[in-house]
Design a binder for this molecule. Structure first.
Ligand code: IMP
Length: 464
């Protein structure tokens, strides 16, 4: 099976686990967008590994690749590599890094951290915006091809010289006279990476078109998610890459008709960084101060159940471990949003949803947005500018109590019918609101906590 995996909301949908699960059937696992702003958490053999740039399939010894439209930070690549080895996994598959990928340089990171976007958009400070800007400039960019070629030193000197004003303005270098030394320092660090990377560099486009012709299967691992897409997302509060399924075809130069499109929907949306979030529970300024492990007391839980939405948002965040894998920032949490999901389903041409982290909602009453409203106007479309749009919630309140360990095991074994009634009601409403069936329901972080049996069959029945 060839499949593209994308996130349905604003990222952090738990794609790492699902990619890891599906990877066993794939010959290659390929990242096609973004850079080390992503953080994919995988729990396997009782160990947790967080990967930022290496595709999750590496854990299973699969061939992995970094696509041509990616932003590549060599330092993170080696850190990921070491993390995998340190966790006891063996890297036995091939690693392919596309020569067209753009290299994140130290000044991209410095410009991102010190730039306007880091505060205004709440970026991950990994240099993504600045490297994307250089890519678009076509004159100040450095590709993986440049990195491993003989004239890398001249290239880096020329680029640093061309950027003199920007680097001085943002105090990346203090004086113009320091430029040469700065370029030399970068060269010294990056030429060491280049020496170690050279054997991995090649063309994804040729490799994958040939592999597909030879009947090999590809799993394309999206990073970030649909609503962070640079074109279709909630601009300007987006990342700088194409995060949609169509982006995978454009970025890799492959035929998407050969792929199944799977979107990962976390049972509740979350968002990190700035930007509008119609179904947000609580407010971001307070969320920012929260720390991981600040669990709710029994009284607070009761209050949340009785309608304190701020506490409900905190409860979901703490139970769901909703703290950034890359930055550690607390994630904003919200009620499910069928307006956003309908949009996501449409622009990705989704074949199947995979619902993740549904267990986190156990014991918590919640509703789902079915439309938005502004100045007495109602819409079921996802507006380009979300300012002022308020969610209109469906009448139904969803609730089911926490499943015991043995109930979870039974659900995995017996399949969809064994899930709690309230959970199935929510899934049914999600499926019918959006018109796309579900193929898997994840009820815990471990591989084995995934319900697959009869899920597609039953949710297709909802659509008849
Ligand atoms: P950047 O990609 O670092 O430029 O950040 C732009 C926006 O995308 C910020 O709001 C980030 O928090 C968000 N973002 C980037 N990568 C991820 C991710 O992997 N998960 C969730 N949000 C992300």
């Amino acid at each position: 099976m060839n499949a593209v995996i994308v996130g349905a909301y604003w990222g952090d949908e738990g794609k790492g686990k699902i990619v890891d699960l599906l990877a066993s059937q794939a010959d290659w696992v390929v990242r096609f967008n973004g850079g080390d702003n992503a953080g994919h958490t995988i729990v396997a053999n009782g160990k947790q590994v967080i990967l930022h740039i290496l595709p999750a399939g590496v854990i299973q010894g699969k061939n992995v690749a970094i696509g041509p439209d990616m932003f590549f930070n060599p330092k993170t690549f080696f850190a990921d590599y070491d993390a995998v080895v340190k966790a006891g996994f063996r890297i036995i598959g091939k690693i392919l890094i596309d020569e067209r990928a753009h290299v994140i340089m130290p000044y991209h990171i410095a410009l991102d951290a010190g730039g306007e976007a880091s505060g205004k958009l709440g970026t991950t400070k990994r240099g993504i915006g600045p490297v994307a800007k250089d890519k678009a400039s076509r004159t100040e960019d450095i590709t993986v091809h440049d990195l491993v070629s003989g004239d890398f030193k001249e290239k880096i000197k020329a680029v640093v010289a061309a950027k003199v004003n920007e680097l001085l303005q943002h105090k990346v270098v203090e004086r113009a006279a320091d430029l040469n030394r700065y370029a030399e320092e970068i060269y010294s660090e990056y030429s060491r990476y280049a020496a170690k990377l050279r054997s991995y560099v090649g063309s994804c486009t040729y490799t994958f078109n040939e592999e597909l012709k030879n009947g090999k299967s590809l799993l394309l691992e999206g990073a970030q998610a649909t609503l962070l897409d640079v074109v279709h997302g909630t601009r300007p509060y987006v990342t700088s890459s194409n995060c949609t399924a169509g982006g995978a075809a454009a970025n890799l130069g492959i035929d998407l008709r050969k792929f199944k499109i799977i979107a990962i929907v976390k049972a509740y949306p979350t968002r990190v960084g700035e930007g509008h979030f119609p179904t947000e529970l609580g407010n971001y300024e307070e969320t920012k101060k929260e720390r991981k492990g600040e669990m709710l007391t029994a009284t607070e839980k009761k209050k949340a159940i009785d309608g304190d939405l701020k506490l409900l948002g905190k409860w979901i965040r703490q139970d769901g471990g909703e703290f950034g894998a890359t930055t550690g920032r607390p994630r904003r949490t919200g009620f499910p949003d069928f307006v956003a999901l309908r949009y996501s389903g449409m622009i990705n041409s989704v074949d199947e949803w995979v619902i993740t982290k549904i267990d986190v909602l156990s014991g918590k009453p919640f509703r789902a947005a079915v439309a938005y409203e502004k100045d007495g106007r109602k819409t079921t479309r996802f507006p380009f500018k979300l300012e002022g749009w308020k969610p209109v919630y469906g009448k139904k309140e969803y609730f089911w109590r926490q499943m015991s360990e043995s109930e979870e095991t039974a659900a995995v074994k017996k399949g969809y019918d064994a899930l709690p009634e309230g959970m199935k009601e929510y899934i049914r409403d999600l499926v019918t609101a959006i018109g796309i069936p579900v193929s898997m329901v994840s009820i815990g972080p471990q591989r084995e906590k995934t319900v697959i049996k009869d899920v597609l069959k039953r949710t297709r029945e909802y659509l008849k």
